[in-house]
Design a protein around this ligand. Structure first.
Ligand code: IPD
Ligand code: CA
Ligand code: CA
Length: 264
C-alpha cells in the first residue's frame, strides 16, 4: 500500500467531513441513545461514517472498514488494509458543547498500524502519523516523548474510575490521582491520546475502550516513542474492547510498578 497516497485522501476527506459537521451546528440534531441513557448517537455520527465508507469504497474498493456505527464490514480478523473509524469521538461533547470532539481514523495493514489521523474539528487541529515518518499536529512535527515522574505528571483520567465501579478498585487509581501533579478529563478518548502524543498530557488511562476509540491514536503514540498497553500491562487487542494505558515511557514503568501491579 502507498501510505502517502492513502494519507492524502484520508486527510482531504477528514477535513470535508469536519466542515459538514460544523455546518450541522445550524441544524436540529436527531439524538438517540444506544447502550444506556448517556451513550448518545446523532444523525451526524451516522452520516459521517457513511460519508467515509462511500469515499473509501469508491477510491480503494479492496480496503475494508470497521466503523463504530456498524455501516462498515463485519470483521473477524485484520488481514489486508482496514480503516478503523470513529466518525465522532466525544458525541456527548458534540451534543452538549459543540466542541471537544474528534474524527478518529486508524489505517492498518495486516494488523500493523500504518496511518493515524485524529481531527479536532472545532480547534481545526489535525494530528496525523504515518509509520516511520513521525507524527504531526497540522504541519508541525511532534517531538519524541521524554521521561517524567508521577509527581510531575498530568494524567488524563475520567472521575468514574475513582468512584465505585465494576472494573477496578477505586482506591488504586485514587492513590495515583492524589500523587500526580494534576488530572484532566476531556471526554474524547481520541483527543486525550492525541494530547499524550503532543506532550500536553503525560498519560491517559481508562478501563474500557473500543477499537475505533484508540486505533488512530496508537499510530501517533508509536511514532513519538510513547508506551501503549492495557492497565494490566498486556498488549492491546485491536479488535476487542480493552482497558487502555498510554504514557510517556518512564512514567509507564513507574505507574505499572507502583500502582497497577497488584490484585484488582
Ligand atoms: C467515547 C469517548 C469517551 C470515552 C468513552 C467513549 P464516543 O466515545 O471517547 O471519552 O470515555 O469510553 O465511548 O461514544 O463519544 O464515540
Ligand atoms: Ca468513541
Ligand atoms: Ca463515536
Amino acid at each position: 500500500m502507498n501510505n502517502n497516497v492513502i494519507f492524502e485522501n484520508a486527510a482531504n476527506w477528514i477535513k470535508e467531513a469536519g466542515e459538514r459537521i460544523k455546518e450541522s451546528f445550524q441544524t436540529t440534531l436527531n439524538i438517540e441513545t444506544k447502550s444506556n441513557a448517556n451513550d448518545l448517537v446523532t444523525n451526524m455520527d451516522k452520516e459521517t461514517e457513511r460519508f467515509f465508507i462511500s469515499k473509501i469504497k469508491e477510491k480503494f474498493p479492496e480496503h475494508k472498514v470497521l466503523g463504530e456505527e456498524g455501516n462498515g464490514d463485519d470483521l473477524e480478523e485484520l488481514s489486508g488494509v482496514v480503516w478503523i473509524i470513529d466518525p465522532i469521538d466525544g458525541t456527548m461533547n458534540f451534543v452538549h458543547q459543540q466542541r471537544n470532539f474528534a474524527i478518529s481514523i486508524g489505517i492498518y495493514e495486516d494488523g500493523v498500524g500504518k496511518i493515524g489521523l485524529i481531527y479536532d474539528v472545532v480547534h481545526d487541529e489535525l494530528y496525523h502519523a504515518i509509520k516511520g515518518q513521525g507524527a504531526f499536529v497540522n504541519d508541525v512535527r511532534l517531538s519524541r516523548l521524554g521521561e517524567v515522574t508521577v509527581s510531575e505528571a498530568i494524567i488524563g483520567i475520567n472521575a468514574t474510575w475513582v468512584t465505585p465501579n465494576r472494573r477496578i478498585d477505586p482506591s488504586i487509581l485514587g492513590t495515583l490521582v492524589r500523587d500526580a501533579r494534576g488530572t484532566r478529563s476531556y471526554g474524547s478518548a481520541a483527543i486525550e491520546i492525541a494530547q499524550v502524543a503532543a506532550g500536553r498530557l503525560d498519560a491517559y488511562m481508562t478501563l474500557r475502550l473500543s477499537p475505533w476509540d484508540f486505533a488512530g491514536g496508537l499510530v501517533l503514540i508509536e511514532e513519538v516513542g510513547g508506551m501503549a498497553s492495557t492497565l494490566k500491562g498486556e498488549p492491546i487487542q485491536l479488535l476487542e474492547e480493552n482497558s487502555i494505558f498510554i504514557s510517556k515511557p518512564g512514567l509507564h514503568e513507574e505507574i505499572m510498578k507502583e500502582y497497577l501491579n497488584k490484585e484488582w
